[in-house]
Design a protein around this ligand. Structure first.
Ligand code: UFG
Length: 329
């Protein structure tokens, strides 16, 4: 029996592969390496380079590796990019997910974990935001993920098939043992960008808007450590295997930090100053979004271990430093 991880050569997927291996699971990774790296995949996992919409390939993998569960990370993840390329996002995140789900159902894979996003909520009227809040995505990225959640819901209603959709808030940090981390080229995520500014990969960084209706005028997010996030996936897998059924749950800590607070935390951890410039708002950005985080704890028995912004930043920065050395070699 094994677990198929799509997008397992990417940031979150490569952490998931380690989480599964650490729990003694057999792991097959399917990744087309468009943004991920083969070297990011743990050696004890089987890496297959290919597309999730290649139904013949996925069917072979499921049958040859006796796959009982799919953890689906593959997709496009940049909110502003989705605004300028909506059809690309609907293809990668919705249409291709549909193919993968169809293959899973056809081949009798019972359990499916889907990498969803807080972007399905858009800008909620109040926070923390609970899972039953109306979904009002504000970007094609959020809509593309919401559509996949709906397909899963409808399939679970009629097939022998359970799903867990985990709605990620802002995932950051790296494996504390630095076995993997966020290596994506051209990164746009705040903590990654700030860490690249510390290591000198960037000369400066921008703050996208200081005129939002928040205490310091910058957007508020709920930052979650990637290792806690992948642990929630493992617990979700155990829950489904034990017959717990389908579930939709937020993955965040319930703590909100502004962009300026995050930058201050990076400066404090790095014990250095760097050039930060204020520019205009970025398209597609929600003002503030913070998770109501109880369901994940209650349903999965999730006990976060790294619920601390400085710890998240410390691990992110250590990884960035390691990556900078690796890229120079
Ligand atoms: N930001 C900057 N400067 C930068 C990068 C980001 O000011 O160089 C700001 C953004 O404008 C935003 C905040 O930092 O206000 C966070 O931006 P990120 O790009 O780090 O993350 P997003 O909130 O846009 O998106 C992320 C994930 C989504 C997820 C969402 C949920 O990419 O998958 O968090 O809040 F849905």
């Amino acid at each position: 029996m094994s677990v198929l991880v799509t997008g397992g050569a990417g940031y979150i997927g490569s952490h998931m592969v380690w989480e599964l291996l650490d729990h003694g699971e057999d792991v097959v990774v399917l990744d087309r390496l468009s943004t991920g790296f083969d070297w990011a995949v743990a050696e004890n996992a089987t890496l297959v380079v290919g597309d999730i919409a290649d139904e013949a390939l996925v069917e072979d993998l499921i049958r040859n590796h006796d796959v009982d569960a799919i953890v689906h990370f593959a997709g496009s993840i940049i909110v502003p990019e989705s605004v300028s390329d909506p059809l690309g996002y609907y293809l990668n995140n919705t249409v291709k997910s549909r193919s993968l789900i169809e293959t899973a159902v056809r081949c009798g894979v019972r359990h499916f974990i889907f990498s969803s996003t807080a972007a399905v909520y858009g800008s909620p009227d109040s926070f923390p935001v609970g899972e039953d809040t109306e979904l009002r995505p504000e970007s094609p990225y959020g809509t593309s993920k919401m559509m996949t959640e709906l397909m899963l819901r409808d399939c679970a209603a009629v097939h022998a098939f359970d799903y867990t959709a985990l709605r990620y808030f802002n995932v950051s940090g790296a494996d504390p043992d630095l076995r993997t981390g966020q290596s994506t080229k051209g990164a746009t995520h705040l903590i990654k960008v700030a860490c690249e500014t510390v290591t000198g990969k960037r000369g400066h960084m921008d703050v996208f808007g200081t005129d939002y209706d928040t205490p310091d005028g910058t957007c508020i997010r709920d930052y979650i450590h990637v290792s806690d996030l992948v642990n929630a996936h493992y617990l979700a897998l155990e829950r489904m295997r034990a017959g717990g059924g389908s579930l939709v749950a937020n993955c965040g800590y319930g703590n909100g930090y502004s962009v300026l607070e995050v930058i201050d935390a990076v400066k404090a951890v790095a014990q250095t100053d760097f050039d930060v410039r204020v520019t205009g708002r970025r398209p597609g950005d929600a003002v503030a979004i913070v998770a109501e985080a109880e369901r994940c704890r209650r349903e999965l028995g999730w006990k976060p271990r790294y619920d601390d912004l400085k710890t998240i930043v410390t691990h992110a920065l250590k990884w960035e430093t390691k990556l900078a050395t690796r890229n120079r070699q």
